[in-house]
Design a protein around this ligand. Structure first.
Ligand code: GLN
Ligand code: ZN
Length: 767
């Protein structure tokens, strides 16, 4: 028997974030391009050798990227917007990074970066390709071939990875005239043919071609495009076998389409969609090689290998072993690299985890068990089953009180006591705010001083008392400044917070944090998501001390600041032994207690930030309602336990609300602040059309830019807003938190914002 064991992609960043360092040193001019490329080459070699040594037989190449694989694809096919281009031909490293990051005045001009957005439903961001209506394509780099050769020189014949042409076009956007990017397929395919021919000439037998769009809702046109693509490629390059990879979900109603494509192999995500296997086995043509994605590439949990084998072995009665491969569900890009580096983790928790390196081992063990019989890996299988059993029954995971509390949740706990109009009257009376009340989104500049103090405290160089004193000083200065500038609803500034999710996770039970488990968020920016491993509860109040202290400094209302349950869930690795909605409700209950404690401490305005609600939307439309229902319920569970006079705010910072406007209405927050400045309030139209009944703070200036908005500009935006929404529903605030800005930028901007609000109030009085 010979089932091949494959990997679809390995993390690029290096176990010690070597790539980040190499990139940043290069960008800052400390090192040369050669040094960067040398480091990149070493990282690729390490990854190949590691996979080879682990017993992986089908090893990917061209999965590496200096910045982003979608950007690599744009550059490969010559989809480089004219602004970045010198003459046509090979794309220089400078051009590549200009597309990735803009140029900030280097070489005398300021080039913008390409837009960035989320890669499917992950927290990885890709650079959005841009296409002109008469876009032409041309092979502009030799990266796939170069990296294939590079591995060959190490004695490893790899399976190169390409982003599929249909997915690539769908991920891009048209510029200038609006058109369906799939229209460009005929122009694009010759470049893919050329790449495949080059790879074939170098000796590649297989090429992995990623079409994750196959797990999304596809139009007939898109299905046609897939057929055209694979017929063209198969006819033009018959010598290369294509492994068509789908991941992040099941094929669903695209199954028939996928099975008629003339490809040699099909990869299935059997972690997200195990149920699709039966259908595929029934309907797939006999000669197709099936690649079974059985190890979770999106999460960090160790598998129960004997249980996995129980689901894989029956496949052998249907399919010949020579026509089967095993693999992770998707590329391991979304996993941290090596669990062995985590020397401080609780040993029990550690025994339940597997990062990318450990997942390779798991795949190899499964492969051996299938090919040589379970007996050759008895110990490894037993250890895996044992860890799974210890995890299942561990008291560290299960908290009866939490489970009981969740079961006892009644519908009235997810509803405010009174309808909005009644609450509004109570809040007006209680808070006595002016028309066009001004506020901010929560954070104030996280200066170098703040960050230095935090890291000194973490290292023990600054003791608790000194750190506390420092934070008090910062908070006090911030509150005083807000009073002086004339803001109506103040915030404490969030100086004590490292990150809006981590800060809460560190204080909740059921969460763990790692030292080295970085995953790429975009480019050289990596994150270390918290791990939610057990039932979530709140041992003690998390924010009351700082909020109360800030309130004690002023007679103006102080807004309490919490991160919402969906956002905490969305930005963490979540346990896989419990449904996501259950975990989310547990977080919501913990936050509900925090909200109650804030209210009891005299805080009358509480903001529950949910910037991640929209990005949690499932890939298939049919799954949206279910998701939105539990997401909304979790927010309401967290925020509804307060009296009428307590005002609940929420904040979301993205620009496409149309899809989810009803769910936003259903949150029933008294006030929502949103990002609108960049779209010049266009986005408010969704709210106007929907007749959004509650109050709304459309962001009046873009905090992502250092530019200071003028009073006139803000007045104009607010006037536009007042055309969409009644003036007495409008709040005045920036687009998002100010933590990434400098005080020199924040001070004049907020002063102008306050001035603009005053101007409108006075104008209104005159009318
Ligand atoms: N309250 C947070 C802040 O001001 C909100 C951040 C966010 O929306 N991402 O920083
Ligand atoms: Zn925001």
């Amino acid at each position: 028997m010979s089932i091949l064991v494959s990997c679809l992609g390995f993390p690029r960043i290096g176990p010690h974030r070597e790539l980040k360092k190499a990139l940043e040193d290069f960008w800052s001019g400390q090192t040369t391009a050669n040094a960067l490329l040398h480091q990149a080459k070493a990282l690729r070699a390490d990854a190949w050798v590691r996979q080879h040594d682990a017993g992986i037989t089908v090893i990917p190449s061209n999965d590496f990227s200096l910045y982003d694989h979608v950007l690599d694809t744009s550059v490969l096919v010559g989809a480089v917007p004219e602004v970045y281009l010198l003459p046509r031909g090979p794309v220089a490293l400078d051009t590549y990074f200009a597309m990735a990051r803009g140029t900030h005045g280097r070489s005398g001009c300021d080039l913008r970066a390409l837009e960035m957005t989320k890669w499917f439903d992950t927290n990885y961001h890709y650079m959005v390709p841009e296409f002109l209506s008469d876009q032409d394509f041309e092979l502009c780099t030799t990266k796939p071939v170069d990296e294939f050769r590079e591995a060959l020189a190490l004695g490893i014949k790899t399976r190169p990875v390409l982003l599929g042409p249909v997915t690539f076009l769908r991920l891009g956007k048209s510029v200038g005239e609006k058109f369906d990017t799939l229209r460009l397929l005929p122009a694009l395919l010759p470049v893919y043919v050329e790449v495949l021919k080059q790879l074939a000439a170098e000796g590649a037998d297989w090429v992995q071609i990623d079409e994750p769009c196959l797990v999304q809702d596809l139009s007939d046109q898109a299905k046609d495009a897939l057929r055209t693509t694979y017929q063209t490629l198969a006819a033009a390059v018959p010598g290369v076998k294509l492994m068509l990879t789908t991941y992040f979900g099941g094929l669903g109603d695209n199954l028939e389409t996928a099975l008629t494509l003339p490809v040699a192999g099909l990869h299935l995500d059997l972690v997200r969609a195990p149920e699709q296997l039966k259908d595929v086995l029934r309907k797939a043509p006999g000669g197709l090689v099936l690649s079974l994605g059985v190890i979770d590439g999106r999460n960090i949990w160790r598998s129960n290998l004997p249980a996995k084998l129980n689901t894989i072995e029956p496949v052998l009665t249907w399919w010949k072993p020579e026509q089967l491969m095993l693999g992770p569900s998707c590329s391991l890009l979304h996993c941290p690299i090596d669990l062995d580096l985590e020397t401080d983790l609780d040993p029990d928790l550690k025994s339940w985890l597997a990062f990318a390196a450990q997942k390779l081992d798991e795949l190899a063990i499964l492969g051996r068990a299938l090919n040589e019989g379970r007996a050759v890996v008895t110990d490894a299988l037993a250890a895996s089953a044992d860890a799974a059993e210890r995890r299942r029954t561990s008291p560290k995971i299960h908290n009866r009180a939490v489970k009981g509390r969740l079961e006892a949740v009644t519908p009235d706990m997810t509803r405010r006591a009174s309808p909005f109009q009644v609450r509004r009257a109570a809040q007006r009376q209680h808070l006595a705010l002016p028309l066009y009340p001004t506020t901010t989104i929560g954070s104030f500049p996280q200066t170098k001083q703040v960050r230095d103090a935090r890291s000194a405290h973490a290292k023990g160089a600054l003791d608790d008392a000194a750190y506390e004193a420092f934070l008090r000083q910062e908070t006090e200065a911030c509150v005083k400044w807000q009073e002086d500038v004339g803001l109506d609803v103040l915030v404490h500034g969030e100086f004590e917070r490292n990150d809006m999710v981590q800060y809460f996770g560190e204080q909740l039970s059921g969460f763990a944090f790692t030292k080295h488990a970085w995953v790429q968020s975009y480019g050289s920016r990596y994150v270390r998501p918290p791990i939610i491993y057990g039932d979530v509860s709140r041992p003690q109040a998390m924010t009351v001390k700082w909020t109360k202290y800030a309130q004690s400094l002023t007679a103006k209302p102080m807004k309490g600041m919490l991160t919402g349950p969906v956002t905490i869930l969305q930005w963490s690795f979540v346990r896989d032994d419990e449904e996501r909605d259950t975990v989310c409700s547990q977080i919501a209950l913990a936050l509900r207690d925090e909200v109650a404690d804030l209210e009891a401490a005299g805080i009358n305005i509480i903001q529950v930030d949910e910037p991640a609600i929209r990005e949690g939307l499932p890939l298939r439309k049919k799954d949206w309602d279910f998701y939105l229902a539990w997401a909304v319920k979790a927010f309401r569970l967290a925020s509804s336990g307060v009296g009428d006079a307590t005002q609940i705010h929420t904040h979301m910072c993205y620009a496409e609300f149309n899809d989810i406007i009803e769910a936003i209405g259903a949150l029933d927050a008294d006030v929502i602040s949103i990002e609108t400045a960049r779209s010049k309030m266009e986005l408010l139209e969704a709210f106007a059309q929907y007749r959004y009944p509650n109050e709304i703070g459309p962001g009046v200036y873009d905090i992502h830019s250092p530019r200071c908005p003028t009073v006139d500009e803000i007045v104009a935006l607010l006037k536009r807003a007042a055309e969409c929404v009644p003036a007495d529903q409008i709040w005045v605030n920036p687009d998002c938190g100010l933590k990434t800005r400098k005080w020199e930028e924040v001070r004049p901007a907020l002063a102008n914002m306050v001035e603009a609000a005053r101007h409108l109030r006075n104008a209104r009085v005159l009318v």
